[in-house]
Design a protein around this ligand. Structure first.
Ligand code: ATP
Ligand code: MG
Length: 473
């Protein structure tokens, strides 16, 4: 990466040495021998400043203060001939990125320079992301400041802006893999291209292969026409393969070939189709176990893992819970046209200690339900139906009879009852069952409870304008 580096140094020989070395590494070098000469360059914008401590018209620390006011992100490496601890400490305290003692080792300095430039790049990227606030799936739609989350967000930024063609997202159910995939897509150069999402477990093996890669006319009995697959339709965009562990061996082989050669053949076809898409895959299972059990190709596993992001479970970042609760109160205020102002402190405390096995999805559903139940403008603990530690699990719930149950019948029956009780209101019926609306809609369709309901398509298309509801799954 070529950067613009400002060298502020009154000794011409040192300037020359630095210029040769930095220019040799491909950077553009600007020089100044006084504070006064340096400032205009800083105003024009530089990526890094190498700053001598003692200058004819002032000291480095004074200049650093002025630099901070002009550009808070640019790193400064202070060079000092006086190896006093106090100067160093003061420099770092005032926000120097690093300092070196003269005479310095050029190789070491160059390492520091590259590290500092990487920092500038990241700081600027994060800032640009934040500036894009309000944009659907901006970085700020992912709530969480726990160290693991900060790191994750930094990685999301870098990945989004990199040309990397594959990303693997791992993490328990409800930790935000879908959200992370959309953040990557909508903050990348592909944002105006399509985002296609397919849940590999939701489809029979053979169908999945032709959904992904398309098929030629006559490839199988029902194939009356040639059909484009998801990969082709997503040209210029992103394909999100959810539950990748469920891919059939044939689809795994095809995907691997695609990742390596950027081309594939449609089912029943011989022509090589080339497309430009980024593949984001996700799994909440341990793919290594599938590899060991020979259910998942090891070569594909390693190919997918090149860039892997793990989403931490909520129990490992309790500190984020209050902010998440607030976030979803705001989300449902907008959705339900309510004006709930917050949650009682005692409730926040109790909910912060809850383990949230269903992670953020469970927390979101709990807030949704509480907002549907609560009458006042402040939510109380009683409005949340989570089982807190110390309470008996499934109190008043079902006991599995010794002869067992027909689970599907029971499920259907509960959905019917919930709909009857709420006069057919799907949102409230869903809340009664601890589901979201998608989940109840899915069951309404599955059990044929809505007149004229079409079976749900397992592949969903999200184009640049569609599906931007931050609370939909
Ligand atoms: N850090 C977060 N901040 C705000 N909302 C979040 C965050 N993480 C997830 N969500 C929301 O929580 C819900 C569940 O997240 P998501 O669907 O992304 O989980 P998932 O990891 O894909 O789960 P599964 O493995 O079950 O598919 C979504 O509504 C998502 O928008
Ligand atoms: Mg998901």
């Amino acid at each position: 990466m070529t950067a613009t580096i400002l060298v502020v140094e009154d000794e011409a020989l040192i300037r020359l040495t630095l210029r040769e070395r930095l220019a040799g590494a491909g950077h553009r070098v600007l020089e100044a021998d006084t504070v006064a000469a340096a400032l205009p360059h800083v105003r024009d914008g530089v990526d890094l400043i190498l700053l001598d401590y003692k200058l004819p018209d002032g000291d480095g620390l004074t200049l650093m203060k002025q630099v901070r006011e002009i550009d808070a992100d640019v790193p400064v490496i202070l060079m000092t001939a006086y190896s006093s601890i106090e100067t160093a400490v003061e420099a770092m305290r005032q926000g120097a990125y690093d300092y070196v003692n003269k005479p310095f080792n050029l190789d070491e300095l160059m390492l520091n320079v590259e590290k500092a430039l990487e920092t500038t790049r990241l700081r600027r990227e994060v800032r640009a992301f934040r500036a894009g606030q309000g944009r659907p799936y901006g970085l700020d739609s992912m709530v969480g400041e726990a160290p693991a989350m900060r790191q994750l967000k930094e990685m999301l930024v870098r990945i989004a802006q990199s040309p990397a063609s594959t990303v693997l997202l791992t993490g328990d159910s409800g930790t935000g893999k879908d959200l992370a995939a959309k953040i990557i897509h909508y903050n990348s150069a592909r944002a105006d291209g399509p985002f296609m999402n397919i849940t590999c477990s939701a489809m029979p093996e053979q169908l999945l292969e032709s959904e992904l890669f398309g098929h030629e006319r006559g490839a199988f009995t029902d194939a009356r026409n040639r059909k484009k697959g998801l990969l082709e339709s997503a040209h210029g965009g992103t394909v999100f393969l959810d539950e990748i562990g469920e891919l059939s061996p044939a689809a795994q082989a095809k995907l691997l070939r695609f990742l390596e050669e950027k081309s594939f053949k449609r089912v029943g076809g011989s022509e090589d189709v080339r497309v430009d898409v980024r593949i984001i895959s996700a799994t909440n299972r341990h793919l290594e176990d599938d590899v060991k059990a020979n259910r998942f190709r090891e070569d594909l596993y390693w190919r997918l893992r090149v860039l892997c992001l793990d989403l931490p479970p909520l129990r490992d970042r309790h500190e984020d819970i209050p902010a998440l609760l607030d976030h979803f109160v705001q989300v449902y205020n907008r959705e339900f046209k309510r004006s709930v102002t917050g949650i009682e402190p005692a409730a926040v405390k109790a909910l912060t200690h809850y383990a949230w096995p269903g992670n953020i999805r469970e927390l979101r559903n709990a807030v949704e339900r509480a907002m549907l139940m609560a009458r006042g403008d402040v939510l109380a603990l009683g409005d949340f139906q989570v089982v807190l530690p110390g309470e008996p699990v499934a109190a008043g719930g079902f006991r599995l009879p010794s002869e067992g149950v027909q689970f599907e019948d029971l499920e259907r029956d509960l959905v019917v009852q919930a709909l009857q009780r709420t006069g057919g209101n799907q949102t409230r019926a869903a809340a009664l069952l601890g589901m979201n609306r998608d989940q109840i809609r899915y069951r309404i369709e599955k059990f044929g409870l809505a007149a004229g309901a079409a079976p749900e398509a397992a592949a969903r298309r999200h184009d640049a304008k569609g599906d931007r509801d931050p609370v939909s799954d």
